[in-house]
Design a binder for this molecule. Sequence first.
Ligand SMILES: [Zn+2]
Length: 253
Amino acid sequence: MKADSETKNLMAELAKWSRKNSMAQIWWRDDDASRPTSNLDWMLKTIHSLEFKPLLAAIPNLSSRELAKALETNGLPIAVHGLSHSNYEPADSRKSEFGPSRDLHDIKKDLIQAKEQLSCIFGDSVIDCFVPPWNRIREDIIPNLSELGFSGFSSFGKRSSKVHESNLKWFNTHVDVIDWPNTRQFIGRDAMISQITDNLRRQRTRSVTSEPVGVLTHHLNMIESDWEEFRNIFTVLKKNNAVRFVDPLELFH
Ligand SMILES: [Zn+2]
């Protein structure tokens, strides 16, 4: 069965980490938090049963006090996810809130406002980490992030060469569990395991120091049965001695 072969590949990969006496590090980020929904509840249940916290990227202009209340007892660290998650780029370009079409001055103003607004709603739960909507931002703004109050940054995929000049705690996500071009739903168990395995292999065989593999979820696009599959995969990982789940606060604080 295909499912079995994916798990076998993952186990074989983790065995290689074990033989190297290394720990495969995994962290988790969830994007687009704005209000309490049943989708959010399903994720919160998953967090509770796994005893593993994601970094929650919340949209300042869309976040409500009701969301803050719903999260009160969970103690999730909250990152700044844009200001309004609006696209300013032309229709034929890739979407971005802080892309090349915008004036640098306006971007800076929005970034400062975004953090202030989110802190008003979530208080101390907000950490100094910026997550650009659609994982995209004008590269020339990155060196300015620290003076705008951000010590951390997270997007998707390979880190840009700006990582060295940015002075930021920069940790990306690498496994996107939503099939954006087609269904806009969960990619399913097999694809998720296979992406995790591929990324672990990439980290293990890197010549430079490896970084934790980041798993990216969007709870609004996931239903209860998706979280069941997600939980099962994470439970398998958690039981493995070669895996360490990394708390986002460890990375960004
Ligand atoms: Zn987003």
